[in-house]
Design a protein around this ligand. Structure first.
Ligand code: PAF
Length: 279
């Protein structure tokens, strides 16, 4: 497995693979990899001849008050993990490599980013769409892999790829959870022991809401009301949002029926965690 840090090096490798007509799977990440990312690399390995994992803490998707400087990083551990899963290349550029000083082109979208995460984190999705467009152009993948944990991101990426006629398939993979239910996230490492216990309120609320819907409740205000009540009973938790939206347009819905997404972002102390279920 190779670790490359320049766009030129990666493009050279891609050119070689394209000449041999090899299919390419891309797993875009911000590093500090866990089994959630691992499941994406494994899926990419299964579907493609070659696998690229990008590890880039993308500065333009963080708002000034967010955790860009402290976002956890461990390239050595990530490299060993990717190698054990059979990745071929890690692309690990510096911010200046991705955004030269005259960088001025952004990929933005309306509608899908106005709800959920977009309400409180307006910079996020513009930065995500821009960096992914760059990664797709550089890597020319046949497929790119994303976790369902950030369901809004997944919907947005699918939409961008369709709107801009990009020539790749977006593959969504299920949420991977700890044994006790907490969705795996690089940000879980920020949690103290007490916060780690409190964070279980997210998955408990998700499972509860999911069961209500499975049992036939479709009124969003009833389902969301009970989920919010559970979360509010946890003193360390502060709700950013708990909402039901259409799974394709990301617009709020009052009746939970497929394709729906019930998603939440909750602060546990200072750490913002997300979780969801799809219908
Ligand atoms: O989900 C993430 O880790 C990031 O948003 C992504 C897709 C790698 C873009 O920076």
């Amino acid at each position: 497995m190779k670790v490359v840090s320049t766009i030129a090096e990666l493009k050279e490798i891609i050119r070689g693979w394209k000449k041999e007509d090899l299919s390419i799977g891309l797993v875009p990440t911000m590093g500090y990899l866990h089994e959630g990312h691992g499941s994406l690399v494994t899926a990419a390995r299964k579907d493609n001849d070659r696998v690229v994992v990008s590890i880039f803490v993308n500065p333009i998707q963080f708002a000034p008050n967010e955790d860009l400087a402290t976002y956890p990083r461990d390239l050595e551990k990530d490299s060993a993990y990717c190698e054990s899963l059979g990745a071929d290349v890690i692309f690990h550029p510096e911010p200046e490599e991705m955004y030269h000083k005259n960088f001025t082109t952004f990929v933005d979208m309306t509608l899908l980013t106005e709800e959920l995460g977009g309400l409180t984190r307006p910079t996020d999705f513009r930065g995500v769409c821009t960096v992914l467009s760059k990664l797709f152009h550089i890597t020319e993948p046949d497929r790119a892999y994303f976790g369902q944990k950030d369901a809004q991101q997944l919907a947005i990426v699918r939409h961008t790829v369709e709107d801009l006629n990009m020539n790749l398939e977006i593959v969504g993979c299920p949420i991977i959870r700890e044994e006790d239910g907490l969705a795996k996230s690089s940000r879980n490492t920020y949690l103290s022991e007490e916060e780690r216990k409190a964070a279980l309120v997210l998955s408990r609320a998700v499972f509860h809401g999911q069961k209500m819907v499975a049992d036939g409740e479709t009124d969003a205000s009833v389902v969301l009301g009970e989920m919010k009540q559970m979360i509010e009973a946890e003193p360390l938790a502060k709700i950013d949002y708990v909402k039901a939206v259409d799974g394709l347009t990301m617009q709020q819905i009052t009746e939970i029926k497929a394709p729906a997404l019930v998603a939440m972002a909750v602060y546990i102390g200072k750490t913002r965690l997300i979780d969801n279920f799809i219908v």
